[in-house]
Design a protein around this ligand. Structure first.
Ligand SMILES: [Fe+2]
Length: 291
């Protein structure tokens, strides 16, 4: 270990300490991370005060993070890193395009039968979603697990209204495709929403004068044996914020038609509806697992 390190010599000295790492990928990642972090500090002439502010910021992001408040995920999202990593790893595929997971995914979602109402009693315009899961040749994928979650018509997820819902989950479920690769459920129509700005990430958004708003969407996470997992979302085609997503996740291939129907029309499940409702149909294509 060298002593009397300078601005010029410290980077190589730190990188050298990873030479003994038996995991070559870990070594590669840390050597590069040290290079870029040090270059960042040198380029910006980072002050001690700024460094303390950054450490305090990251501490506060960590303290706020929990299974239902993923502030670190949000930080990655608003800096565009989540979408960048997604693009690096899913650049060329004939499968349905992926996009970021977002901060509102939770493990504690209930299983639901096809056709179930997953709104959890949250009121809003009824939505009937009819989905299919196929491979890249168009063949149905049976027994695929489909996680879905979305906001309500005011733009809030269940985890943001835990008091009102007594901690119960709503507008999220784990479904399974049938023998024809189909899944379907009833819920309510989601709306655009601001990402949470009451935490450290909000300070960045406000300081930059950025919009915190995401266009309305429904999240999906699909798993099936022998296929690559898919994390994606479908955006409302009529959303005013489609071109201005706060976390850079919109893709034109993921914009879905939310078809409007009037009162008195029959829903896909045969219910004669006494109020207006919307329907969405979508087919998700999964890529074969290359591992
Ligand atoms: Fe979302």
């Amino acid at each position: 270990m060298a002593i009397d390190l300078t601005e010029e010599t410290i980077t190589a000295a730190v990188q050298g300490t990873f030479a003994g790492a038996t995991d070559a990928r870990l070594r590669e990642l840390f050597v590069s991370l040290v290079q870029h972090l040090h270059d960042f500090a040198r380029e910006t002439r980072l002050t001690s005060e700024e460094w303390f502010t950054a450490v305090d910021f990251l501490e506060r992001v960590g303290h706020l993070s929990s299974p239902t408040r993923q502030e670190f995920v949000l930080l990655s999202d608003i800096l565009g890193l989540s979408v960048l990593v997604d693009r690096i790893n899913h650049a060329h595929s004939s499968a349905t395009e992926s996009t970021l997971l977002g901060p509102f995914y939770t493990e504690g979602r209930p299983r639901a039968e096809n056709g179930a109402d997953i709104s959890g009693g949250v009121t809003g315009m009824p939505l009937f979603f009819s989905g299919a899961v196929v491979d890249t040749e168009g063949r149905p994928v049976a027994d695929a697990h489909v996680d879905t979650w979305h906001s309500d018509g005011e733009g809030f997820y269940d985890v943001q209204q835990a008091d009102r819902l007594n901690g119960e989950t709503a507008m999220r479920a784990l479904l399974t495709t049938d023998a024809d690769g189909r899944f379907w459920f009833r819920s309510i129509v989601p709306r655009y929403y601001p990402v949470p700005t009451d935490g450290p990430c909000g300070e960045i958004i406000h300081a930059a004068g950025r919009s915190p708003v995401r266009p309305g969407h429904i999240h999906f996470r699909l798993h099936a044996n022998d296929y690559e997992s898919l994390v994606t979302m479908l955006f409302r085609d009529d959303d005013p914020y489609l071109e201005r997503d706060a976390v850079f996740g919109v893709k034109s291939s993921l914009v879905a038609e939310f078809l409007q129907h009037g009162a008195g029309e029959t829903a896909p499940d045969g219910t004669e509806m006494s109020e207006p409702f919307q329907t969405v149909e979508w087919t998700f294509a999964l890529a074969p697992d290359r591992r």
